[in-house]
Design a protein around this ligand. Structure first.
Ligand SMILES: Cc1cc2nc3c(=O)[nH]c(=O)nc-3n(C[C@H](O)[C@H](O)[C@H](O)COP(=O)(O)O)c2cc1C
Ligand code: SF4
Ligand code: SF4
Length: 275
């Protein structure tokens, strides 16, 4: 099947999803002899436009895994603004070294409902949003080499197709989808961090406004960046990208969960690819 355009689309608070999706799209473009386009839907205004895909296009669509699933704040966009018309897609999820649970199968199913045909899928590992030690520096060289291999194999599969595959690619995950993953304390009680928001050390803050410009929810007041007026999804874009390190969390439940993740999931989680 001839592909003329590979389209990379991603949501990425701290940049790991972006890195993997763009690496994959670039390699796919090279192997398929196609041009590559990028579309970042991290900012709220980017999620207003519809994206239509047609024959000859391959969409590489990536999101992080939040609570073992596709971030629920993205469902409205992913189910309402993407129109497939039978184009091919590769769903990609990035998870922070714990598990991707049902994130990939959920993304695959959403893209299928949008009219795209999922021809391959992948779950890569990225440094956990909440941590600087959990999967630190990933996706690293080894992950990007794996992305290159996966892109080559997916391109070979696509080039050999004479028509759209009859079924979506099989990926790891359960159906019906399991509930969102809930962190628990040692007594098994749920740790609820839904309402937690980052604080700002105004002695460190230079007032550059970057955090307000980056926030995927548009929740940080650009006039007073210490005010998070809307919802916070804990993506940590503001925390990790603030040039002066002025954003931080003090919520005990959040810090407990961060610590539990760092202790309990310190091993190197595997990348999984599906063709
Ligand atoms: C609210 C929230 C929930 C998360 N849940 C999970 C999870 O269930 N499993 C996991 O392995 N990583 C989890 N992560 C970590 C992210 O999936 C991971 O850091 C990802 O690489 C971030 O992508 P980005 O850099 O594109 O923002 C979570 C992160 C956030 C912010
Ligand atoms: S990015 Fe950091 S330094 Fe810049 S306004 Fe936000 S908190 Fe202040
Ligand atoms: S305020 Fe919350 S949603 Fe906005 S960038 Fe910071 S962590 Fe992400």
């Amino acid at each position: 099947m001839e592909i003329t355009v590979v389209r990379a689309l991603y949501f990425s608070g701290t940049g790991t999803t972006e890195k993997v999706v763009c690496t994959l799209a670039k390699a796919l473009g090279r192997y398929l002899g196609a041009s590559v386009e990028r579309f970042d839907f991290t900012r709220p205004e980017a999620r207003e436009a519809e994206q239509r895909f047609g024959p000859g296009e391959l969409a590489v669509i990536g999101t992080p895994v939040y609570a073992g699933r596709v971030p629920n704040v993205l469902l409205k966009y992913l189910t309402g603004k993407l129109r497939g018309s039978g184009a091919l897609a590769i769903p990609v999820v990035l998870f922070g070294n714990r598990n991707f649970d049902d994130g990939l199968i959920e993304l695959r199913n959403i893209l299928e409902q949008d009219g795209l045909r999922a021809v391959a899928g992948a779950a890569f590992v990225g440094e956990h949003s909440f941590s600087r030690t959990l999967a630190a520096g990933r996706p690293d060289k080894q992950d990007l080499a794996r992305a290159e291999d996966f892109a080559r194999a997916a391109a070979e599969k696509i080039a050999a197709l004479s028509a759209l595959p009859e079924t979506a690619v099989a990926v790891r995950g359960e159906e019906p989808l399991r509930p969102y993953y809930t962190p628990r304390d040692r007594q098994g009680k749920a740790v609820n961090i839904l309402k937690v928001k980052p604080l700002t050390d105004l002695d460190k803050c230079s007032g550059c406004g970057l955090c307000a410009a980056l926030c995927p929810m548009g929740s940080i007041d650009p006039v007073d960046v210490s005010q998070v007026k809307g919802i916070c999804i804990k993506c940590c874009a503001c925390v990790k990208k603030c040039p002066t390190g002025a954003k931080f969390y003090t919520d005990p439940g959040y810090l407990y969960h961060q610590h539990e993740l760092e202790e309990g999931f310190a091993r190197r989680a595997a990348v999984e690819t599906f063709l």
